[in-house]
Ligand binder design. Structure first.
Ligand code: GTP
Ligand code: ZN
Length: 222
């Protein structure tokens, strides 16, 4: 049985990994990993393994704390990105009707259990009087930035809608997310397949029930 009093990692996988990226005393490679305290996560994961009764020094687990540290750096990378920058480039277009991108894959971690929730995001907007539109990929990038943070689905949905409203000043915005939460499937109530649908509607799409119904019909059309 592993000695639970020993909490220091006896492998230096993370140190080796960081050392391999040192050039002239500076870290090279992933800026996201550089901003995250990988060693601290590694120590914490080792503690968790000990606490659940595992032996963190057994062959299959030796590198796990370091791997989890790097995975968390990736999963929470959105904390270090300014979402406004995603919408830094906009274009003018002679289009005053709905633009809708459906079925954008979403993967995030719920802030209550740090377990994944995943599903689809649908984002639509009606350009405003300024005629500004954004690149379609930027809508998916925006989802990524906000999703790679500890989240609740409701906040993720409204953050996307609010930033689009602020940056594009569109006539209307609609964001719908449909996700399955692993914290409801793998543990707790253990109901897999349940989908949570959240929406955030702004501007004319909020005020005008007919336009909203049209947008929702396009979003829900499979
Ligand atoms: N509203 C909302 N709730 C969420 C989200 N992700 C997880 N949850 C819920 O957060 C709640 C946390 O409730 P608690 O009672 O504090 O925690 P818990 O004892 O682990 O809850 P159970 O899951 O019911 O076992 C649970 O009901 C989860 O289903 C989310 O994105 N939005
Ligand atoms: Zn949860």
């Amino acid at each position: 049985m592993h000695d639970a009093s020993s909490t220091e990692p006896d492998n230096d996988d993370t140190l080796d990994y960081l050392a391999a990226r040192l050039v002239d005393g500076k870290l090279t490679g992933s800026p996201v990993e550089d901003a995250v305290d990988l060693l601290r996560i590694e120590k914490a994961v080792r503690e968790i393994l000990i606490a659940v009764g595992e032996d963190p020094d057994r062959d299959g687990l030796v590198k796990t704390p370091a791997r989890v540290a790097r995975a968390y750096a990736e999963l929470f990378a959105g904390l270090r990105v300014d979402p406004a920058q995603v919408l830094g480039t906009t274009f003018e277009a002679n289009h005053s009707e709905l633009v809708l991108v459906r079925d954008i894959d979403v993967m995030s971690l719920c802030e209550h259990h740090l377990l994944p929730f995943r599903g689809m995001a649908h984002i639509g907007y009606i350009p405003g009087a300024n005629g500004r539109i954004t690149g379609l990929s930027k809508l998916a990038r925006l989802v990524e930035v906000y999703a790679r943070r500890p989240q609740v689905q409701e906040r993720l949905t409204s953050q996307i809608a609010d930033l689009l409203t602020e940056k594009l000043q569109p006539r209307g915005v609609v964001v719908v997310l449909e996700c399955e939460h692993m914290c409801m499937a793998m543990r707790g109530i253990q109901k897999s397949g349940a989908k949570t649908i959240t929406s955030a509607v702004r501007g004319s799409l909020q005020e005008d029930s007919r336009s909203r119904a049209e947008a929702m019909a396009l979003i829900m059309h499979s």
